[in-house]
Design a protein around this ligand. Structure first.
Ligand code: BGC
Length: 697
């Protein structure tokens, strides 16, 4: 755990620079505006440890799969939202020496993230050899009002310094991903243009051929200094060099305006002119007006979803930070986008889409702005054909939505997840149900949702195995949400969700039949659904097998779970935790320890289907065996604990989520923030402590 930031209602403040945990701070100071985002790395050159990362939503590269032993059905590639051309950079030289905080002396280092206004400021005072000092203040924001725009301001106060300060704002297309599977460079240069007024760099991704045009202009605000400016242009790089002779006390400000446009939004023919036009209108408006419109947009967003906590400043800061990152990552303005589990804060998980969206993030967007949530549903609706292809690749009927995707194709390549974590399909059906229940409007369900439900149901019907000895349908060879067990049979959660999907689909079909007979007949024809097939679905639903532990009155997580040695997390030595860093994988798989909510995930989804006593018994049994080594786990447990009246437990688990990243609870925030867990923290308050429950009318 790290206790780094000053407690504040609306700000994340770091005082002093700690180079050994710089990546952690960079993750925390991530900014985004749905269209693009960046880690909190420095504008100027820094030779110490850092993960520079600028990401443009939807711009990905299919990185060829790297596995030890190929298995039929593996995806060819892992799609990743790649590190984009660097538009943040402003190099600084002081009397010809490049400023590099890894090498220079400085004091009063401070970073401040203003959550209300989505702005990051960094200040420090450079200390020269002879007592001379220069105060630096960098600020940046990514416009929430005009998503192609970003603005950076650098103010320099040469306190008692006289000499030359050189500023070099630039665009650099020579960027790489640390996690490239084959150390490839993902970009090639298409074009660059620079004149005294503006610079423009167009880069293309290899294979996917997305074009990203970044345009930049600068303004230097200073009354008295003499300025010499030169254009710097080399392959994949354009910039300006300003040599400023400065006097003590004479403040200088450099404003850098950036517009980023991609071929996702504009045709190649107009890409540069569009980026330049946006840049010019930004320049005409100026930094202050752009900031004002950005602030207004943030204010509007906050008014939909703020959570106020009185009497506990750290808790207040924690939840606001979570909401802030959720708002920075996804606003639903572009329905082709979705939510990466780490937002824009790093390379891990590639910025692509997991079941996290529907199972954990969805309630936040649904309850704060149902339109946004509807776009998340459309995202999967559009990927239905690809989901059918995914199922077909595994030799199955219907639709299997991917565990990880950017364009609808599966790109996760660990067999136990790709082939076995099929429960993800049900989360997509559940989100449709949740949306319909909350809005009370079956419009989406009847027109679009049903298309998805039918194909998911068809998948389940093909994936089950009939066991004549028990006269029950079983689902064999799966991995449940608990990834600390693989290839298990009859994971209670998966079986429950599969049967529920069949039930919900049949109910919905019946509704459509009753209300819109013609549409119903078209639907059957479109999907070649026969009465026999529907009968079969009902039979599977009615005869689904659910493992149960009679003597304890609990659901068994999966077959044979109770045959494992039963020990509790509290019996482990703290030195063994987290297990995934101390135990062999084989030992983890054989143990009874649970990574994240599994049976409890099902009870969370359906509080009305199970009586409180059943929920309590299952919670009492499973939670003490759960190591919560997925950041998705504590929030779900906290909500269920609240529902059964375990207030202290709910609070204890909540505390593990709300400040998970700020306090680096899992010691891995250097790789990026845990956005899914942030959505869970919000839900722990709203669905847990406040008890919001949407019941069927
Ligand atoms: C969890 C998965 C989750 C993934 C991305 C894993 O650690 O076990 O359920 O989808 O992280 O957040």
């Amino acid at each position: 755990m790290i206790d780094r930031f000053l407690a504040d209602e609306w700000k994340i403040i770091e005082e002093g620079f700690q180079p050994e945990t710089n990546r952690f701070s960079e993750s925390i100071f991530t900014l985004g505006n749905e269209h693009m985002g960046l880690r909190g790395f420095f504008e100027e050159h820094y030779s110490g440890d850092s993960l520079p990362g600028i990401y443009t939503a939807g711009i990905y590269y299919p990185d060829k799969t790297k596995v030890g032993w190929w298995k039929i059905g593996y995806p060819e590639f892992f799609a990743k939202i790649i590190n984009s051309p660097n538009w943040l950079g402003i190099d600084v030289e002081i009397n010809g020496i490049r400023l590099d905080l890894a090498k220079e002396r400085f004091r009063a280092f401070r970073r401040e993230l203003d959550l209300k206004n989505a702005k990051l400021t960094r200040t420090f005072i450079w200390m020269g050899a002879d007592g001379q000092e220069i105060a630096f203040s960098f600020s940046r924001f990514l416009s929430m009002a005009q998503k192609n725009l970003a603005c950076i301001s650098l103010r320099i106060n040469p306190v008692n310094f006289r000499g030359t300060v050189t500023l070099l704002p630039y665009l650099n297309g020579d960027v790489r991903n640390e996690d490239a599977n084959f150390n490839e460079k993902f970009w090639t240069e298409v074009n660059q243009k620079i004149n005294e007024d503006a610079a423009c760099l167009t880069m293309a991704t290899k294979k996917t051929n997305f074009l990203v045009t970044t345009a930049m202009s600068t303004k230097i605000l200073t009354a008295k200094n003499s300025i010499k400016s030169t254009i710097v242009a080399k392959p994949e790089f354009v910039g300006y060099r300003f040599d400023l002779s400065v006097q003590p006390g004479q403040e200088i400000e450099l404003q850098k305006y950036v517009a980023v446009c991609t071929s996702r939004d504009f045709s190649q023919a107009v890409l540069e002119e569009t980026a330049l036009a946006k840049l010019n209108s930004a320049l005409a408006k100026g930094y202050e007006r752009l900031y004002a419109e950005h602030r207004r947009e943030m204010e509007r967003k906050w008014s939909d979803c703020d959570v106020e906590i009185r009497g506990d400043l750290r808790a207040q800061q924690g939840i606001r930070y979570c909401i802030f990152q959720l708002l920075q990552t996804y606003t639903g303005a572009d329905a082709r986008l979705n939510i990466g589990p780490k937002g824009f804060s790093g390379e891990k998980y590639g910025g692509v889409v997991y079941w996290d969206t529907e199972a954990f993030c969805f309630p936040f967007y649904l309850y704060t702005n149902a339109e946004t949530a509807r776009n998340l549903l459309f995202y999967r609706y559009r990927h239905l054909e690809k989901a059918k292809e995914n199922a077909a690749k595994l030799g199955l009927k219907g639709a299997l939505y991917p565990m990880v995707t950017i364009d609808g194709q599966e790109c996760h390549n660990e067999w136990e997840i790709t082939f076995e974590e099929i429960h993800r399909n049900a989360a997509i059906a559940y989100a449709i149900y949740n949306y319909t229940k909350y809005t009370g409007n079956p419009g989406y369900l009847h027109k679009y949702g049903i298309e998805v439900l039918v194909e998911i149901s068809r998948f389940w019907a093909d994936r089950v195995t009939y066991n004549p000895r028990k006269d029950r349908y079983m689902i064999l060879g799966v991995t449940g949400p608990n990834e600390y067990e693989n290839n298990v049979n009859n994971n209670w959660y998966t079986n429950t969700m599969a049967a529920w999907t069949l039930e919900y689909t049949l109910e919905t079909l019946a509704e459509i039949k009753e209300q819109q007979g013609k549409e119903y007949r078209n639907l059957l024809a479109r999907h070649q659904l026969t009465v026999e097939e529907l009968k079969k679905w009902r039979e599977i639903m009615e005869k689904m097998y659910y493992p149960y532990v009679e003597e304890l009155g609990i659901f068994e997580q999966n077959d044979l779970y109770m045959d494992k040695e039963q020990v509790l997390v509290r019996d482990l030595s703290p030195a063994e935790l987290p297990l995934n860093k101390h135990w062999s994988w084989d030992r983890i798989l054989r143990s009874c320890f649970i990574k994240q909510a599994d049976v409890i995930q099902g009870l969370y989804f359906f509080p009305e289907r199970y009586d409180p006593e059943t929920i309590r018994k299952n919670f009492d049994f499973y939670e003490p065996r759960t190591v919560h080594e997925s950041s998705l786990s504590p929030a779900i447990h906290s909500i269920v604990a609240s529902r059964i009246g375990y207030k202290e437990k709910a609070y204890e688990l909540y505390l593990r989520t709300a400040r998970l990243d700020l306090d680096n609870y899992n010691d891995d925030t250097d790789e990026g923030i845990h956005l899914t867990s942030m959505a869970g923290s919000w839900a722990a308050i709203v669905e847990g402590f406040a008890g919001l429950l949407i019941k069927n009318a």
